[in-house]
Design a protein around this ligand. Structure first.
Ligand code: KG4
Ligand code: ZN
Length: 324
């Protein structure tokens, strides 16, 4: 089954083509990061306009690079939410038009489920039940995937998402946008003397909170107490510590057979290394280019959603669609 997946929930116009939910034929991503960097963050109206300009060229490029014609495809999948409503609409309406014109079923995919299924685009698929740590610009959740399409929420952030915390910390430290890669780079050059920043353990809860950490970064930066790179290192260590400890504990508690790292923050090297070390069961983490937003993960997730039925052309975006 060959699926074309379209993703426009935030600032990446992305299209991937995947066979049987596992084999990647192509994955084209047009990033708007440089445009939004001027504003220090994603501007929704700008994102929508950029998607409109990029979507058809990206679809053409994906078909060309994947050496497919529309008639080879079995379905068109699209992110229906969660995300920026105006941005989602561009992908959704394009997918509807293509599904109608090409007479293919239209499959609506939850963006977070897409992130989780980036882990299926690998040699061996992870065994279920799995505990997924989904950490992106908009989400930080620990989810139990009992089976395909069966999810239970184990924990979530009570304030900022992990990626949002990276982006805000980077802004305060003058390291640029997007913040995650900038913090990771700065921390690498920081040397051994990083300040110890606070961790919000919230007792035995699987929930996260990053607002106290953000305030601590601001305070240290204002006081000029340490170089920006050292503060970045202290921040990253604190985030990684909390994310890995809670995910490892949750995986042990529910008897998961694998841990799945997903979302843009999953590209973080120290997070990947620490979770590999602390997870009680084998860890899956997508290759770096499949961690951040892409269309291939949407096509992969759609393969496992297909049996639950195609969406109608009255499909609407669900800006705050939760997975569990
Ligand atoms: O999943 P994603 O591409 O978009 C959303 O669905 O939000 O995630 C983007 C987030 C941004 O906050 C970005 O700073 C973060 O992922 N990110 C990272 C790294 N690469 C991207 N955070 C930490 N370390 C990285 N290497
Ligand atoms: Zn995402």
């Amino acid at each position: 089954m060959l699926v074309l997946g379209i993703e426009t929930s935030c600032d990446e116009t992305a299209v991937g083509i995947v066979a049987d939910g596992r084999r990647l034929l192509t994955n084209i991503v047009a990033s708007q990061a440089a445009v939004h960097a001027q504003y220090g963050g994603v501007v929704p109206e700008v994102a929508s306009r950029q998607h409109i300009e990029a979507i058809l060229p990206v679809i053409r490029a994906a078909l060309a690079e994947g050496r497919c014609t529309p008639s080879d495809l079995d379905a068109v999948a699209v992110t229906a939410g969660p995300g920026l409503a105006g941005a989602l609409l561009v992908g959704l309406n394009t997918a509807k038009a293509l599904a109608f014109a090409w007479s293919k079923p239209l499959i609506a995919v939850n963006h977070l489920e897409g992130h989780v299924y980036a882990n299926w685009l690998s040699e061996t698929p992870p065994p279920l039940p799995a505990v997924a740590l989904i950490v992106s610009g908009g989400h930080s959740e620990i989810i139990l995937a009992e089976d395909h399409g069966r999810y239970r929420l184990l924990g979530r952030t009570r304030d900022d998402a992990a990626g949002e915390a990276f982006d805000k910390a980077a802004r305060v430290l003058g390291l640029g946008f997007p913040g995650g890669p900038a913090i990771e780079r700065a921390a690498r050059d920081a040397g051994p003397k990083a300040p110890r920043l606070p961790r919000a353990w919230l007792g035995k809860s699987n929930d996260f909170s990053f607002s106290g950490l953000k305030s601590a970064v601001m305070r240290l930066a204002q006081e000029g107490a340490a170089p920006a790179a050292a503060i970045a290192a202290g921040f990253q260590t604190a985030v990684v510590d909390v994310l890995t400890a809670k995910t490892a504990r949750a995986a042990a508690a529910v008897g998961a057979r694998s841990v799945l790292l997903s979302g843009g923050v999953a590209a973080n090297g120290p997070l990947r290394a620490a979770l590999a070390e602390r997870s009680p069961v084998p860890l899956w983490a997508p290759p770096l280019d499949l961690c951040t937003d892409n269309g291939a993960m949407i096509a992969a997730a759609a393969f496992y959603r297909a049996e639950s039925g195609a969406a109608g052309l009255d499909l609407d975006v669900r800006a705050s669609w939760s997975l569990a």
